[in-house]
Design a protein around this ligand. Structure first.
Ligand code: ZN
Length: 78
C-alpha cells in the first residue's frame, strides 16, 4: 500500500497533506515529495504559514491537544 505513495497525483497528495501533518508524520520523507518540487514548495509555504500563525496566536493549542482535553473530559464523565 505504501508503495503507491510515489505514484500519487499532486491533488491526491494535497488532499492528504493536512491529515498527514496533523498525524505528526514526517512529510519531508514522503515519497511523493522526493519526486515533486511543486508539492515540496507547497509544504514549505504551509510550514511558513503555520509558523506565522503560532507567532500571532501563541496561546492557541494544537488541535491534537485540544482533542485530548475533550477526550479526557468525556472519560471523566463531567
Ligand atoms: Zn506533487
Amino acid at each position: 500500500m505504501n508503495s503507491d505513495f510515489s505514484k500519487m497525483s499532486c491533488a491526491e497528495f494535497q488532499d492528504r497533506m493536512a491529515e498527514l501533518i496533523g498525524s505528526g508524520e514526517d512529510l519531508t520523507a514522503h515519497p511523493h515529495l522526493r519526486d515533486c518540487a511543486d508539492c515540496r514548495a507547497l509544504l514549505a509555504d504551509l510550514k511558513t504559514i503555520a509558523e506565522a500563525a503560532r507567532q500571532l496566536f501563541p496561546s492557541v493549542e494544537p488541535p491534537d491537544e485540544v482533542w485530548e482535553h475533550i477526550e479526557s473530559a468525556i472519560k471523566r464523565g463531567d
